[in-house]
Write a protein that binds this ligand. Structure first.
Ligand SMILES: Cc1cc2nc3c(=O)[nH]c(=O)nc-3n(C[C@H](O)[C@H](O)[C@H](O)COP(=O)(O)O)c2cc1C
Length: 269
């Protein structure tokens, strides 16, 4: 399967679901993917995946969703996580793997911003030490819902060469790398703001965060996890070894980051 063309490029958020129930067999498939195949960013962080079918919207909408508006869906997926360094990037990465698995299974989804994680946990009736890290509404798209994918930054806008702000000759890219970078440019983000960029070097790419007053700290970190998963998944689909992101600082070169732009992570090519 052409992972980029068939899955990443095809996915778009859904805000109008049909009432069709998500079958138990489909939930089992998602759970099996999470338990057996799912990759994460930080192995040591314990997470838990739970599904909520049908009944939680009335309570959940008090703490989840843009401007207090939680998308009504037949099902919700929640990633609970221990709190540790990079736990939100890790949870975002895991949830993105599941979101793309949903696309593969014919489901549609929409990430929901978490306005109050403690309240969300109470609304879901959970008594756990872990925190609510991601909420994703999902189900089958209403056939009358013709919602389109939001316009995304071009590859040129999303990438620099060697140093921040420097042009790069994209003819030098091999096709798998280009697809991996396009997968980053296609990723979903809070309000589609895409406040990040990729600096491409011969042997590694670096993800950097752009200044942005709109996106909360939590959603910024979830955004990063999402783009890291998209790149990983597209490259892994065509390569014998899985690319691995690292939060270690870049010390062997100058990325030329201006004030306000922050280094996030790097991935060897
Ligand atoms: C961290 C995060 C939080 C989001 N929160 C919401 C939300 O609360 N409500 C909503 O309708 N969409 C939400 N979205 C979906 C984005 O608005 C959507 O991904 C973006 O507009 C791009 O559109 P696309 O997913 O169709 O490519 C969220 C996305 C992310 C990554």
């Amino acid at each position: 399967m052409e992972y980029y063309e068939d899955i990443v490029k095809k996915r778009n958020s859904c805000r109008g679901f049909s009432s069709r129930k998500v079958e138990d067999s489909v939930l089992t498939e998602l759970l099996t993917y999470y338990e057996d195949d799912e990759s994460d960013l930080v192995d040591e962080i314990e997470t838990e995946l739970k599904f909520y079918i049908g009944t939680v919207w009335d309570e959940l909408k008090k703490s989840v969703g843009y401007n207090g508006f939680c998308i009504k869906a037949p099902a919700y997926m929640v990633i609970y996580s221990d709190v540790a360094d990079h736990y939100l990037e890790n949870a975002g990465y895991i949830a993105q793997g599941l979101t793309l698995k949903m696309t593969e299974l014919g489901l549609s989804a929409c990430w929901q911003t978490i306005n109050d994680a403690d309240e969300a946990k109470k609304a879901l009736g959970e008594d756990t030490d872990k925190v609510v890290a991601c909420v994703v509404a999902f189900g089958y798209r209403d056939p009358d819902n013709d919602e389109k994918k939001a316009p995304k930054k071009s590859l040129d806008e999303m990438t620099d060469g060697f140093r921040f702000g420097q042009d790069i000759d994209t003819d030098l890219w091999y096709s798998e790398l280009e697809d991996g970078l396009r997968a980053i440019a296609h990723a979903q983000s809070f309000q589609n703001l895409q406040p990040y960029r990729i600096i491409v070097d011969n042997d590694q790419i670096s993800l950097v965060g752009l200044p942005d007053d709109m996106t909360s700290e939590a959603d910024r970190l979830l955004n990063y996890g999402i783009v890291m998963f998209n790149f990983y998944a597209v490259m892994w689909a065509v390569r014998p070894t899985a690319p691995r992101w690292s939060f270690e600082p870049v010390t062997d070169r100058d990325l030329g980051l201006p004030e306000g732009v922050t280094y996030v992570a790097k991935c060897a090519l």
